[in-house]
Design a protein around this ligand. Structure first.
Ligand SMILES: [Zn+2]
Length: 566
């Protein structure tokens, strides 16, 4: 999507406002885009079912094996439930009687064996001619359905291309894609085939994308911000052969680079707390001589990424360059306070919600003659966890007042107004914290890019690690908290976006090997920053050591294009 693979792309994101013209067309396209994506999810679900059925048909044993897995899983669950019950009754935390433990172990072993058999049976089934023919037919049918859905979607083509592009991930992985709820959010896309320079966009002649030109002094120092505000027009459909335009106010806070080529234009609408936020993204290809100035042609840097709590803050990365220079990226404690503030606001909102929830429940309990809608909508009020749900009730109530509701309505309405204010504040605080952090990261990445051409990093998937972190199991709820703040994945993304050539190094031993003598040092990597090598008595900071190991290792160039999020 981001230009062709050989040319790296960069996204320029500009703040925008709701369309001043073509707003209805935009709303319809956003809604159609949402529907189209869900239809693609449905097609994929169906395709997976058909594939599973075809594989079962092609394999004589698969049905029996799958049935056995189901049976064993049930047996296992029954035993586990019995253990849990006993534990609750005796108020102990046991793992069951020796007999139960033996049963669980036996079932576990059989499950493991059968799952291996299933894997083999499936692999064999895929190789049969029957299955191959069925799978081909299933694929063709799915593709045909996608084409029909596309034709019925009424979407302008840039937008459906963008959706199909992201839907191409649907087939990967074990879990099928999920349906999405309609929130009014979404993204429209215009593909600029052949590309377009900034000058061509400002000329306002093209039938796909136009920007009304800025005054000549717009980017001179001291020019007021209003000189950089303009209107962008993007095509969101066709009326016969002529374009249907959406016109959005946009602030070009930085110029579009002269030599850059615009490949895609996105208009994005997001819901942030209680308001909508619009932005205009330009995907620029920098293939043709777009001046990058003072970037280094040589040198490499080993970057050890990962969070670590220091006295001064959270360390996110440590780097050592081929020129001997080194440094670290730390989010200072003062900055962590920004996240703390957002969390505090959240907890104030939770408390206020609990109070009003109790008041409202008590009020409802002692009351006759309530309107039906109130009785229905508040039936499960005591279990509610969502402030948005109560706010929606308050808004409905505002337009459906009834006899004797004055006092309680006033309380709920006062709660709602204050909560809205706190919600906006909380979200804003969090976004400011994130923006500050991302700014820090891109600053460091740009600095490194000016010094080095190649970055060597560990081949760690931070997103998976973050998702799989179970703070309750670590016995340390702070783990996830600090990881969320540090977001090592975001730092890596900044490194990739900076344009450095990224090479990955297998994670094995980068932290445990002494860079000075090569000895493998067995120590607790988490507990201590400093370690002494038993081989050579060198004393080093673990992250510094890891960065030196990364720098020294021959990395593998990363092939995949940068996963950019707009
Ligand atoms: Zn050593």
């Amino acid at each position: 999507m981001f230009g062709n693979n050989s040319l790296p792309s960069v996204i320029y994101r500009y703040g925008a406002k709701a369309p001043v013209e073509g707003g209805e067309a935009v709303r319809r396209q956003l809604s159609a885009a949402h529907r189209y994506r869900n239809v693609l999810v449905e097609i994929e679900h169906r395709r997976r079912e058909c594939v599973a059925a075809a594989v079962r048909q092609a394999s004589p044993n698969l049905d029996r094996l799958l049935g056995r897995v189901e049976q064993l899983t049930k047996e296992m669950a029954t035993i586990r439930a019995a253990i849990k019950q006993t534990n609750q009754r005796t108020r102990k935390r046991t793992r069951g009687t020796p007999e139960q433990r033996a049963q669980i172990a036996a079932i576990g072993a059989e499950l493991k064996r059968i799952r291996a058999e299933i894997k083999d049976a499936k692999a064999a089934a895929y190789e049969t001619d029957d299955a191959k023919a069925s799978l081909k037919a299933i694929d063709e049918q799915a593709n045909r359905k996608v084409k029909e859905a596309r034709a019925a979607s009424g979407l302008y083509w840039g937008t459906y291309l963008a959706i199909e592009q992201s839907a191409s991930q649907f087939r990967r992985g074990k879990t099928p894609p999920k349906f999405q709820r309609w929130t009014g959010e979404g993204r429209l896309a215009v593909q600029i085939q052949g590309g377009m320079t900034a000058d061509e966009a400002f000329a306002c002649k093209d039938n796909r994308f136009r920007i009304e030109p800025l005054p000549v002094d717009a980017f001179l120092a001291g020019s007021p911000a209003r000189t950089r505000r303009t209107i962008a027009h993007l095509r969101v459909g066709s009326d016969g052969r002529s374009p249907v335009w959406a016109s959005v106010p946009v602030t070009l806070h930085r110029p579009i680079p002269g030599g850059a080529v615009i490949k895609w234009v996105y208009l994005t609408k997001r819901r942030v707390a209680c308001h909508d936020e619009w932005s205009l993204c330009l995907v620029l290809s920098d293939g043709e001589g777009w001046a990058k100035g003072d970037l280094s042609e040589t040198g490499s840097v080993g970057i050890d990424v990962g969070w670590r709590l220091l006295e001064s803050g959270v360390r996110v990365a440590y780097w050592v360059g081929s020129d001997g220079d080194y440094g670290q990226v730390v989010i200072p404690l003062a900055a962590i306070g920004r996240w703390q503030k957002a969390d505090d606001l959240r907890s104030i909102r939770d408390q206020r919600f609990n109070v009003i929830q109790d008041q409202m429940c008590d009020w409802l309990a002692g009351r006759d003659g309530l309107p039906d809608w109130m009785i229905e909508r508040t039936a499960t009020l005591r279990q509610w966890r969502s402030t948005a749900r109560l706010a929606a009730l308050a808004i409905h109530w505002r337009n459906n007042r009834f006899e004797g509701d004055e006092a309680m309505f006033a309380l709920v309405e006062a709660w709602r107004q204050k909560d809205k204010h706190l919600y906006e504040w909380e979200v804003n605080q969090r976004r400011k914290a994130i923006a500050w952090r991302d700014d820090l990261y891109s600053g460091v990445a740009a600095m490194l890019r000016r010094k080095y051409r190649v970055a060597r990093i560990e081949d760690t998937n931070w997103r998976t690690i973050q998702q799989n972190a179970h703070p309750e199991e670590d016995g340390n709820a702070q783990t996830k908290h600090y990881m969320r703040i540090a977001a090592p994945g975001r730092f890596l993304q900044a490194i990739k976006i900076s344009g450095m050539a990224v090479e990955t190094v297998p994670a094995k031993h980068t932290t445990q090997r002494c860079h000075a003598c090569g000895a493998i040092v067995g120590f607790d990597a988490k507990a201590n920053v400093w370690a002494t090598c038993p081989g050579c008595d060198a004393r080093w900071d673990q992250d510094d050591n890891a960065a030196r190991n990364l720098l020294a290792s021959g990395g593998v160039p990363q092939q995949s294009p940068v996963p950019l999020e707009c």
